[in-house]
Each structure stands twice: as structure tokens, then as C-alpha cells.
Design a protein around this ligand. Sequence first.
Ligand code: SAH
Length: 464
Amino acid sequence: MYRSDVVEAEGVQPGAVVLVQEAGDTGTKRHAGKSARAIPTLSDKNVRPTRPPVTRTLGSAFYSTASEIAVRMISPKPVNDIEQLIRERIRAAIAYRERFVQDTNAYRVIFSEGDFLPGLIVDKYNDILSLQVLTQAWDPDPMRNIFLSELRVALNPRVIVERIDPRVRKLEQLPERESGIVWPGNSPKYSNHEDSFKYSNHDVIPNRFSGEEPGVPGREAGSSSLRSAPLLGMTSGERGATGASPVEGSTSAITTEFQMNSVRFLYDALGGQKTGAFLDQRENYRAAEKYARGEALDVFTYQGGFALHLARSCDKVTGVDSSRPALEAADQNAALNGREIEWIEANAFDLLRDYSDAGREYDTIVLDPPAFAKSRQTRETAIRGYKELNLRALKMLRPGGVLVTCSCSYHVSASDLLEVLASAALDSHRNLRILENRGQAQDHPSLLGVPETAYLKCLISVVS
Ligand code: SAH
């Protein structure tokens, strides 16, 4: 519920568990729909007597004094024991993964609203857990103790790290904090919530790129130039390091190796974007691999997620990204799997324009750009970005070629992406047959009724 729908929340502390009641006609309501009253249930006893008449109780929620989303429902009933509720929800989230996640020791264990734990994200990479706290409710020590102890008992990790997005903490008006190990070790000291809490308008629905903003669509003057020489001037196979782990002998507390679909990856818990790897594409990697063939181009490869899978079904694979550190990690992953992949550090828009103008051809192209639309306002620009990428890719695909095109922008819908693709097909005079219309992996459950939990689109089509 948005702040504008809250009629009364006097005395409610940041992150409190509140009872939400539907307010009757206040006489001041500007629009139809529910208005809510938040009543603290755990802390503050100094609640003023109710003013607007209460019509019914809607349930319990986490309250944020800073977010534009003031109220996040956690139960349709009054919650008396928040600890028990959280422990049960975590156990249920783990049971859900046991049922639906296969062929991997890396997956999202808790996906915020998708697991009825709004504001908490936990990823598992083999023996490391990586978590993100996105709302006020999860930040105080007593709450941390609850979820950390439950996760430790249930999953027995070697290390638990917390990844901080300073922007989210600022917008939630939480005290500054650094990324680091939260277990084992001496519990870091947290400052309490007495800082001043001011209004801000921020939507904290988890996004693949809640951290860094890794790119912008379009080609701007002065944007990074195309460097088409393979990274480090060699492919991974030439180093003779096949099969050997580059971190062998230097295992640190925050690095590990995980596998998905029998592909091996290195993981550095405090490096990389987001929580280090794009787990949401795990099932799409396998689908892409199934149809991919010939010469493949993986655009926006990051640490080689698609490229490493494509290498099992294609003759030659090239991965493109503008981030050199990402490509260095990708190259290490290739060596770990004994694969030869060519890496190119370039702006994807420049490279696709130059390659398609030069008449280069591929049998398989993957497009998995960062979220171009971070808000509804940037949707149109984002759609132009997607159109440009898809048009260039279609021009380069040989007949019978496979296009895997993705969008992780929540504000660009599945039907928007289909429309973009249709218009790119028209402009490039190609016919497309959709092989698969996919979304995010099942360990990122999308909750019917909370559309924001469904954000990733992945269309696989064959070109003629
Ligand atoms: N396909 C990857 C995830 C891609 S994330 C996987 O499955 O793991 C998006 C990537 O796009 C990031 O690695 C980022 O560095 C890269 N990127 C952002 N803007 C770019 C641009 N203009 N050109 C090339 N790469 C870009």
C-alpha cells in the first residue's frame, strides 16, 4: 500500500509490524480504493484513539516510514508472533526450492514478496549465503538474529555475507553500513534507528539491478569505444589452464565454486554486480543451449552465463560485455570448464552496429541487456534500446538461426517485448517463429497478484 493510501499511522516506528485496518469514509479521500490505518502491534503503546471508523482488519504488515510503499502485507490475519511467522516462511521457502530446483547448488532461497517475506533476498552459492536487506523491517538486530539463525540451521552455510546497496539504505533512511561477512564472526555493531526519518519516494521492489546501474541504452557521444580484440589477446584454452581452478590454493572465506546445469562457476561473494551471478537465468541457459548451434554471439555476457552453456552445443562462441572485470571472471569460468570462448570488451550497441553493417553472420545470438527501464518514465527510451538491439541481431542471423532475447525491465512487459520483436522482424524482413516464451527461474517465484515479482522475459525464436 502506498503512503498516499494511509490515513493514519501515528507513532508507528520504522520497520514496525503493524495491524492494518481499512478506514471508513474519512471525508477526505481523493480517490476510490482502500485506505488503511496502521496500528503498531509490537512496540509503541502510545497509539492515539482511532479517528476514522474502522470497517475491517486487513491483516498484518511491515511498515516503512521512508518508502513510498508504506505498508507491505505479511499476513491477512493479525500476527502475534513475528518470530514464528518468519521462521515458518523461511522453512517454507526452502521446502519450495527442494521441490522445484534441480541440477544446481546455487539458487535464490528467499525472493522477497515472492516468498511472502517482503524486503528480504537470500541467495545460495554452494556453501555461501548472500543476503540483501531492502526495507526497514529487516534491519534491527532482533530481526537479523531471527533470519540468520533460521538460515544457518536450515542450510548449514560456511559463510553468510550481506551485500549492501547504499542507495536502498539511503532511500529507506537506514544508517550506513558496509557489505561484509555477517556470520560467522563477531557481530558487527549496528547503529539504531533513532536517526531522523524523512519522507522519500522510493520503490524497493527487488530488481536485478538494485545495485550498480551497469549501462544505458543507446549510443551516446563519447561512450566507450569498440575494442574488438579478444580480451587479454587470447582465449581461455590457450593458457593451458583447462580444468584448473584459478582460485585453487587461494581459497578465501568469501569465494567458492558453484555449479548449475553441470557448468562450473567461480563466485566471489563481495565482488560482481547484484549478488554476483544471474541466478534468474538458470533455466533459460539450459533452454538456450538446447536450440543453439553453429557460431554464437552472447551479447551482455557478464561472467559468461549463456556463453558457457552455448559452448556445449555450438562450434564457436563469442561473449561481449562492456565490463572488463566481468569478462575476466568469464574467462576464468571458461578455463574452469575447459572451454575456449572469445571475449570482447565493447559497448554492445556499437559492436552490433559495426558487425551488422560489416555483414557479419551468426547462427545463434543471445541478448540479455541490463534493465533499461528503471521507471515507467524511461519505458519509451528502453523500448527503443531493445528495438535497436533486436533489429541488429536479426540482420545478422543466418536462416534457421536462433535468437534468444531477454528483458529484465519490469516496466517493459512481456507483450511490449513481443511487440518490439515483431517490429524488428518487420524492419529486417525476417520471419520469426517463437520456440519458447519464458520468464525467470522458479527459484524467483512470481506471485499472482503481485505483478512486480515477475520481471524477467526470455523469448527464444527461430529466424527464416
Ligand atoms: N547475460 C548475463 C547477465 C547480463 S547483465 C548472465 O546471464 O549472467 C548485463 C550486463 O550488461 C552486465 O554485465 C553489464 O556489464 C553489461 N553492459 C551494460 N551496458 C552495456 C553496454 N552498453 N554494452 C555492453 N555491455 C553492457
